[in-house]
Ligand binder design. Structure first.
Ligand SMILES: NC(=O)c1ccc[n+]([C@@H]2O[C@H](COP(=O)([O-])OP(=O)(O)OC[C@H]3O[C@@H](n4cnc5c(N)ncnc54)[C@H](OP(=O)(O)O)[C@@H]3O)[C@@H](O)[C@H]2O)c1
Length: 221
């Protein structure tokens, strides 16, 4: 397939780039610093905090799918996920590219966004400790980041594209196993971590699963 990988220099993005190339896909990375690419690959350079949709056009020509691993490197960069994803959606719509896979986070199903001010109080996949201790704590600490991801999810869901949102819990840098669980529309009971390499694996896998279109996917061990 011809794939466009946004943020291929990040933790998940670098795994995704390596795995995509190893699987024989024709990959165009979109990154703000091509010098950081883990595999030398002709890339389109774009700072998605400022770039307009036209900047992405050369990366989308003939693409079968866009996989975005975009996210803030620091608290100060919170906002880039929704801002950059809006640009990606606009550019994909103009280019006629339909398939989009993005990374969000496990708690986002219960985070309000402007279009969904009253989300469900609990994710159906979360157990007692996650619902009443861990999720409230992490949502308080990462408030701005999660508001950004909730807004990103809302605009992806309203994009009219063939989208899938992948929601991992805490990420690790352990080697990938391929032995992770997934669930449609909910988190995984007891699934507290997943390796970045396995999130990348899961993002590639949903491209072969048309029934994940229009779905949020929980992914964890
Ligand atoms: N950390 C966790 O435990 C956790 C848990 C659940 C979900 N998540 C979500 O998963 C996302 C991906 O995780 P990760 O570990 O792969 O993140 P990461 O290593 O911080 O990667 C973020 C990527 O976004 C890129 N980026 C940031 N701002 C940009 C901009 N203005 N223009 C273009 N690219 C920009 C970065 O580019 P540079 O390489 O140039 O900086 C980097 O490639 C996180 O952002 C978070 O939303 C994280």
């Amino acid at each position: 397939m011809k794939l466009t990988i946004v943020a291929a220099t990040g933790g998940i993005g670098a795994h995704l780039l390596r795995q995509s190339v190893a699987a024989g896909h024709d990959v165009t990375p979109v990154v703000r610093d091509p010098a950081k690419l883990p595999v030398p690959t002709p890339a389109v350079t774009a700072d998605l905090a400022t770039a307009g949709p036209d900047t992405l056009a050369p990366a989308l020509d003939g693409a079968d799918a866009v996989l975005s691993c975009l996210g803030p490197r620091s608290t100060a960069e919170a906002g880039v996920a929704s801002l950059g994803t809006r640009t990606i959606v606009t550019a994909m719509t103009a280019a006629g590219v339909r398939r989009l896979v993005v990374i969000s986070a496990a708690p986002i199903g219960t985070v309000p966004s402007p279009g969904r001010p009253n989300p469900p109080k609990h994710d159906p996949g979360d157990g007692f400790l996650m619902r009443h201790v861990a999720a409230p704590l992490v949502k308080a600490i990462l408030r701005a980041h999660y508001a950004d991801l909730a807004e990103m999810e809302a605009l992806v869901a309203g994009s009219g594209l063939d989208w899938t949102v992948v929601r991992p819990p805490r990420l690790t840098d352990r080697p990938g196993t391929g032995a992770y669980r997934t669930a449609r529309g909910r988190n995984l009971r007891g699934g507290r971590i997943i390796a970045r390499a396995d999130v990348a694996h899961g993002m590639l896998r949903v491209l072969d699963q048309p029934d994940t279109i229009g779905q949020t996917i929980g992914i964890a061990y």
